[in-house]
Design a protein around this ligand. Structure first.
Ligand code: ADP
Ligand code: MG
Length: 320
C-alpha cells in the first residue's frame, strides 16, 4: 500500500542486528539464524474492539502487539530476535502509524528485536505480529512436562488487566485522576512480557505457559498437555493492590482466577529445584509466587477439591 507509511514505520523502528542481512524494503528479509539453535516462532493478532478497546492510544496498541508475542517467546524460554508486522488500517493515517511504530519500537529496543518486514493493507483496524526467537536445542520450556508433586508458580500479579478492562467498559467508569485506575489501565494497555524470567526458568521449570486467557484456562492447558491436574489456593494468588482497592478482595480474587490479558508466566517446578529457580529469577529481578501443586488426575481445583472452572458460571456473571 502506501510506501510513505512503510517508510515511517522503518524510520521509527531502526535497530541494528548483525544477523539481519536484509530488512524492510525488499521482497523478503534475509536472516541468519545462529548455528545450532532452535527457532521459536509465534504469531498473534490484535483486532480493534476485541483485543484492545476502541480509542486505545496507538502507542499502546503498538506496544501491546509486540508484548503479547514476546510473552509467547518468554513462555518458551526463547531469546527474541526478529519480528514482522502486518498492519491493516481503514485509512492512511500518519499519526496513527507513527504512534503504533513508536510504541512497538519502545518495547522492541528493550529486547533488541529488529522489525524485518511486514505488510500494510486497507481494511478494519488490526495488526498481526510474527516474532522469532532462539533457544538451545532441547531447552525450550513447553506446556508438557509437569509431574505430580511439582510446585505451581506465577510471576508478577494476576487480574489487573481484567480490572482495567472493567473500568474501560464503564460499569465503574475509568477516572484518569485516580492512581489505582491508571495502574489497572496500564496493566491492560502495556503488559510486560516476562522475557528475562522465561530465560531464567530454563533448566528449572518442568512446564510453562503465559497467562493470556486467564489463570484457570491457561493452567488448564498446561495440565492437559502434561496429563496431570493442579490444586491451587485462590487466596494465595498475587493480586495488585490497586485491584483490591478498586473492586474489593472477593472480586479481585475472581478476576485473578479468570481474567485474561495479564501476560504473566505460570510454570511448574520439581520440589528439589524450587530454591535454584528462585535464585535464578532473583538474578534477573524476577519474582514468582507459589499458588499450588500439581496432582495426579486432571483439571484445576481449589485446595478443598472444589472444581473451580465448573463451579463458576464464568466471570461475566458476578456483579460488580
Ligand atoms: P511486497 O508487495 O513485495 O510484499 P510490500 O510493498 O508489501 O512488498 O512491502 C515492501 C517492503 O516493506 C517489504 O520489505 C515489507 O516487508 C515491508 N513492509 C510492508 N509493510 C510493513 C509493515 N507494516 N511493517 C514493516 N515492514 C513492512
Ligand atoms: Mg505485500
Amino acid at each position: 500500500m502506501e510506501f510513505r507509511l512503510i517508510d515511517r514505520i522503518r524510520e521509527r523502528t531502526v535497530l541494528a542486528r548483525g544477523d539481519v542481512r536484509l530488512g524492510i524494503g525488499d521482497d523478503a528479509a534475509l536472516l541468519v539464524p545462529p548455528a545450532g539453535q532452535e527457532l521459536a516462532v509465534a504469531i498473534d493478532t490484535l483486532v480493534e474492539g476485541v483485543h484492545f478497546p476502541h480509542g486505545t492510544p496507538p502507542r499502546d496498541i503498538g506496544w501491546k502487539g509486540l508484548a503479547v508475542n514476546l510473552s509467547d517467546l518468554a513462555a518458551m524460554g526463547a531469546t527474541p530476535a526478529w519480528a514482522l508486522l502486518a498492519l491493516t488500517l481503514p485509512r492512511a493515517n500518519a499519526a496513527c502509524v507513527d504512534g503504533l511504530a513508536d510504541g512497538f519500537a519502545q518495547l522492541a529496543q528493550e529486547h533488541a528485536v529488529a522489525l524485518v518486514g511486514g505488510d500494510t493493507t486497507r481494511g478494519p483496524f488490526c495488526l498481526s505480529i510474527v516474532v522469532h526467537g532462539f533457544v538451545p536445542p532441547g531447552q525450550a520450556l513447553t506446556r508438557a512436562g509437569a509431574r505430580a508433586g511439582d510446585a505451581v508458580f506465577v510471576t508478577g500479579t494476576l487480574g489487573g488487566a481484567a480490572g482495567g478492562l472493567r473500568l474501560v467498559q464503564g460499569r465503574l467508569p475509568f477516572d484518569p485522576a485516580d492512581e489505582a485506575h491508571r495502574a489497572l489501565r496500564a496493566r491492560l494497555d502495556r503488559p510486560t512480557p516476562r522475557v528475562r524470567a522465561g530465560l531464567a526458568l530454563r533448566g528449572h521449570a518442568s512446564a510453562c505457559i503465559d497467562v493470556s486467557d486467564g489463570l484457570l484456562a491457561d493452567l488448564g492447558h498446561l495440565c492437559a498437555a502434561s496429563g496431570v491436574g493442579a490444586q491451587i489456593d485462590p487466596n494465595a494468588l498475587p493480586v495488585p493492590s490497586a485491584l483490591r482497592g478498586v473492586f474489593g478482595s472477593a472480586a479481585a480474587r475472581e478476576l485473578a482466577l479468570s481474567g485474561g490479558d495479564d501476560y504473566e508466566l505460570c510454570f511448574t517446578v520439581p520440589p528439589a529445584d524450587v530454591g535454584a529457580m528462585q535464585a535464578a529469577l532473583a538474578a534477573v529481578d524476577g519474582k514468582a509466587t507459589r499458588i499450588g501443586t500439581i496432582v495426579e488426575g486432571q483439571g484445576v481445583r481449589a485446595l478443598g477439591n472444589e472444581p473451580l472452572a465448573a463451579a463458576r458460571g464464568g466471570w461475566d456473571h458476578f456483579g460488580l
